[in-house]
Design a protein around this ligand. Structure first.
Ligand code: HEM
Length: 334
């Protein structure tokens, strides 16, 4: 594997206007859902569970991985929120995108967003599939809008992206959505989009550790309450994931701007995420995590998000979090 610094973003002239409009569309969906101003996230609205965690950076990392938070071995406090992707609150049994958001605390360095210069957080946001059914933000929004009305989904999607792309998006989308999730603890999660990694670029992932989780339910079906299932497991033993990255190699193998393509590049393990078992203050932890703003743009300049869909997220997360009056960046596990 040859990590390459030769990655490029393609920035469209009109994207600022388009991304603002997309953020407003998502806000409109949230406001319509909540019949007024919204106190909930525009997407990933239902939190399955919120937890404390520990994020560990391993030693002896390859030279190209010794960047920002990964420069030295270390151990950090973190907040974790698991979510269903839909803007609607619905049963966990219903097929959905599943997300995990991790906010690592106590990270020093230069923050990407100047207004957050004093903050010391590094966020990682992941979903269950290594790529998305859509190629770019316009397709993403077309899909979210069309999905608001299941009966009209197909004609609306065809109207927005054309016949061929509509069928391709639905085929890939249904594969991801339809897959059952027997436990949050045994699921594999992916950024599905790239970030800078110093001079390099990577996609990142959380791979459940083989030995975890012990005991507890198995089986192929999605349980009715994914958060409760994870709590049960945490009461019986540790639940951990490896934090891994895939390095950009070239546009053919590891495209920066096409979110529908999985990257063909080996995974390198850089760290570990260990979930903390819920204690007596679990309800407060859940409420605290719900209040937080997880955002791929909250982090160090070395890890700046890359590509059209990532740049669109810079506006969309801010607009959604401002509407729901999300908390300011935490400095400690308070
Ligand atoms: C394809 C890669 C993506 C991943 C891995 C991803 C992941 C996530 C996750 C895990 C959350 C929940 C965060 C939390 O728990 O607070 C979230 C929320 C959200 N996502 Fe994404 N997302 C992706 C793409 C997008 C795109 C393209 C948009 C829109 C342009 C978008 C808009 C949002 C919004 C508005 C929220 C709610 C933000 C808030 O109120 O805090 N996402 N996403």
């Amino acid at each position: 594997m040859k990590a390459s610094k030769d990655w490029k973003e393609r920035i469209a002239d009109d994207e600022e206007t388009r991304f603002r409009a997309h953020a407003e569309t998502l806000l409109g969906i949230a406001r319509a859902r909540d019949q007024g101003s919204s106190k909930k996230r525009a997407l990933h609205t239902k939190g399955n569970i919120g937890l404390r965690a520990r994020f560990t950076v391993l030693g002896d990392l390859p030279e190209e991985a010794r960047v920002g938070l990964f420069r030295e071995p270390g151990s950090y406090d973190a907040w974790v929120r698991y979510s269903n992707g839909s803007p609607s609150i619905q049963s966990d049994r219903k097929g959905d995108i599943r997300g995990i958001a991790v906010k690592v605390l106590g990270v020093t360095g230069t923050q990407i967003i100047p207004e957050l210069a004093a903050s010391t957080t590094q966020d990682f946001l992941l979903i269950r599939t290594p790529s998305t059914p859509v190629r770019n933000t316009d397709e993403f929004l077309a899909l979210v809008r069309a999905a608001q009305s299941p009966a009209l989904l197909l004609p609306r999607l065809i109207g927005a992206v054309g016949f061929g792309r509509a069928f391709a998006i639905l085929k890939q989308g249904l594969k991801g959505l339809g897959a059952p999730i027997p436990s949050l603890a045994s699921a594999h999660y992916y950024s599905a989009l790239p970030i800078r990694f110093g001079e390099y670029a990577v996609r990142y992932a959380l791979k459940p550790q083989a030995e975890s989780p012990p005991g507890a339910r198995t089986g192929a079906k999605t349980p009715p309450d994914l958060g409760a299932e994870l709590r049960e497991r945490l009461a019986k033993g540790a639940v951990s994931y490896d934090f891994q990255v895939q390095f950009f190699q070239d546009e053919a193998r590891t495209p920066i701007e096409d979110a529908s393509r999985d990257w063909d590049s080996p995974y390198v393990t850089l760290g570990r995420l260990d979930l903390a078992a819920p204690g007596e203050d679990h309800e407060q932890v859940v409420a605290r995590v719900e209040s937080l703003r997880f955002d791929p743009w909250h982090g160090l300049t070395e890890f700046r998000p890359l590509g059209d869909m990532m740049r669109a997220r810079k506006v969309a997360y801010l607009v959604s979090a401002e509407e729901r009056k999300g908390a300011s960046e935490p400095t400690a596990m308070d």
